[in-house]
Design a protein around this ligand. Structure first.
Ligand SMILES: NC(=O)c1ccc[n+]([C@@H]2O[C@H](COP(=O)([O-])OP(=O)(O)OC[C@H]3O[C@@H](n4cnc5c(N)ncnc54)[C@H](O)[C@@H]3O)[C@@H](O)[C@H]2O)c1
Length: 303
């Protein structure tokens, strides 16, 4: 049987882009989600991350060689009032993937963790091994999933890696995203006004760079560590990001007030040296390139 890669969250921003990249490499993919098709019409296999029996059946019917686990409640803004569901989907869902990897002897599993696992970070460059102090149940669900991943590796030798992604933007994002809001407002001739953010840093990564990091992790040989932080190497304030949007779309009318995002962590610059060194990761999208191509994609959809 031809080996295949299981991609979870196949209808989502990252999972769909991972599926597309793998298929463009001629690889066999089984992509699962709660939807039966992606937004561009590609077929998906319907499966809840909590349905361990169905997951085992899918793994038995397909020679699963690798897993890229992107399915989740994908941010603190999702299921905000339902922490139980956050734990079920994110922690139990990841535990189920680790079980699949253990029982079906999967070569490599890659888990989409998040920089939300850090919570507010200390001054200076932030390496992977600072203590995790998440401030949301979402961040806690990622930290807890990483602990399970680590212990499945230590106790059972399950070869899983966690990639802590920073804020992902680009074609296909459906949850809140300030970059998309700024672009969509500019395209619609609406002003963008925000009561915070002018001096607040956020480290974005373009979805295609996120995919590259995940697939480098999927295909890498033996790894010296389990956990890598991956950003687009963009450490910019929302005010600076708004200036990039204005360069791309000169009609943009954006005004932000100073101060932090009240529902986000304060993150210092993340150190991505380990991902560069061990995975060969090199982001291809600086903010202007990424925002320009995202604006083109959004404009084509609204035309
Ligand atoms: N988007 C970001 O900024 C960001 C940043 C850091 C980490 N991450 C992580 O990356 C991963 C992918 O994020 P994304 O932006 O593609 O999210 P997304 O919301 O676009 O996609 C997540 C997908 O998971 C699916 N899903 C949710 N619950 C499910 C369930 N019970 N069973 C099966 N499928 C289910 C959803 O239907 C959705 O298609 C997530 O783990 C997320 O936490 C995302």
């Amino acid at each position: 049987m031809e080996k295949c890669i299981l991609v979870t969250g196949g209808a989502g921003l990252v999972g769909n882009a991972v599926r597309r990249r793998l298929e463009s490499q001629g690889r066999k993919v089984v992509a699962i989600d709660l939807a039966e098709r992606t937004r561009d019409g590609a077929p998906l296999t319907f499966c809840d991350l909590g349905d361990i029996h169905r997951l085992h059946a899918i793994a038995t019917d397909n020679a699963i060689d690798g897993i890229v686990h992107c399915g989740a409640h994908s941010g603190p803004m999702v299921a905000r009032d339902n922490p139980y569901s956050m734990v079920q989907v994110n922690v139990v869902g990841t535990a189920n993937m680790l079980e699949l990897a253990r029982v079906h002897k999967v070569r490599r599993m890659v888990f989409c963790s998040s920089t939300s696992a850090y919570g507010d970070t200390p001054e200076g460059l932030v390496p992977e091994d600072v203590p995790l102090r998440p401030t949301s149940v979402y961040g806690g669900s990622k930290a807890a999933s990483e602990a399970l991943l680590w212990t499945y590796w230590r106790q059972f030798g399950v070869d899983a890696l966690a990639i802590r992604l920073s804020w992902v933007y680009g074609p296909g994002r459906t949850t809140d995203c300030i970059i998309r809001t700024m672009i969509e407002d500019a395209l619609a001739g609406r002003p963008t006004r925000m009561p915070f953010g002018q001096d607040f840093h956020r480290q974005f990564i373009h979805v295609e760079d996120a995919v590259s990091a995940l697939l480098l992790a999927l295909d890498a040989g033996e790894m010296p560590r389990r956990i890598y932080t991956v950003t687009g190497e963009t450490y910019a304030t929302l005010g600076e990001i708004s200036e990039v949007v204005k360069r791309v779309l000169p009609q943009a009318d954006i005004a932000l007030q100073p101060g932090p995002d009240p529902v986000d962590d304060v993150h210092r610059r993340f150190d991505i040296t380990a991902a560069k060194r061990d995975l060969g990761y090199a982001p291809q999208f600086d903010l202007e390139t990424g925002i320009r191509s995202y604006a083109g994609w959004l404009a084509a959809r609204t035309a």
